[in-house]
Design a protein around this ligand. Sequence first.
Ligand code: C2O
Ligand code: CU
Ligand code: CU
Length: 430
Amino acid sequence: RSDAGLLRVRLSSAEAAVRIGGREATVLTYNGSLPGPTLVLRPGDRLEVELENGLDAITNLHVHGLHVTPRGNGDNVLLAIDPGDTVDYAYDLPADHAPGVYWYHPHHHGNTADQVAAGLYGAIIVEDPEPIAVTRERVLVISDLSLDGAGRVAPASTRDRMMGREGELVLVNGQLAPTLSARPGERERWRVVNACTSRYLSLRLDGQGLQLLGMDSGRDAEPESVEEVRLAPGNRADLLVDAASGSSTLRTNPVERGSMPGMMGGPTTTGADLAVFEVSGDAVDVPPPVPRQSAPRDLRDEAVTGRREITLAMGMGGMGASGMAFTIDGREFAADRVDTSVDLGAVEEWTLVNTSPMDHPFHLHVWPMQVVEYPGTSIDRPIWRDVVNLPARSRVRVRVPFEDFTGTTVYHCHILDHEDLGMMGIIEAR
Ligand code: C2O
Ligand code: CU
Ligand code: CU
């Protein structure tokens, strides 16, 4: 990274051998490491990526959550990079880009879930203009995969694709149950990415002080003490951990994500122990409290220029082998069709309807969404997200400011198997 605000990286996606839980595994990686390298940016920076496709399938690159133009290669999920080819990407972050935790992963329709499940993901950090005093920073990329007897990533069954595959092994930075060490009094900042293809996380770190600084690009004015942090696939959390003596387990609790009576049973995500947090030794001085952050923008105080409803559904028929269609507004994804057109500068209110018996995490590229109505919750402050979970048979309301950029991009379910099965639409801002 240069002082001129340019970060230039080369990412090479290829099969590689890694060790997971003491055993050799063959996975897909960026630059041979699982996860790929963490990219650290500041608001106003330019990121240039040279992506080399060393896979035997089409791939491409998506910077999840960044507010960057969809024009050119930048956020073009329709770009198909053939095996052996190299493509240059460039992203210019606005000077007022929201700090936070973001990530990158491939996004070629039909290959996304398989490639992310096999190991292609990495974190992106957009730093705070005013640094927050902590004694240690960690990036925790959480992912899951299943290995077969030969140590290769197991393929997903038709049922896995319908329900959203969940790997048997849940990894933190590519490792099975790593130990993280600290001293009492330390305040650590944990930037957590849920890079799982389909698994919901409900994180706990009992015995330690946990505060939520923000999620996705959303930042609260003050950190909030939390016991459990729920991350749908694609969500990120920015956490502060005040270390207290003792040994604690970072774990994810089971998550109910709908009920499908009859043939399939209910989609419940099982819990897992993710890491051990070992706090011992001499106490260190506790850093000063986190300064108050500026209050986030609240679109509830602004005029709405348009309203629309977007419906996610599962029905019979469809292109998948399962005979089940995963649709948005009754249609499966088509690369040559614009599903939604918005005007540059519009502030729209979207009612996101989920008519199906399971949850779907709804993701919109480029423009963050403010959640203004959520079932079972009274919302007392602005909540900004780029992935919003839609509970089974529910309606969620969000507001979106379509500002800064025109061009074409997508929204989709971030259960990546569902996205590959067709639960994606194209949006054009003009
Ligand atoms: Cu994380 Cu459209 O993707
Ligand atoms: Cu994205
Ligand atoms: Cu879905």
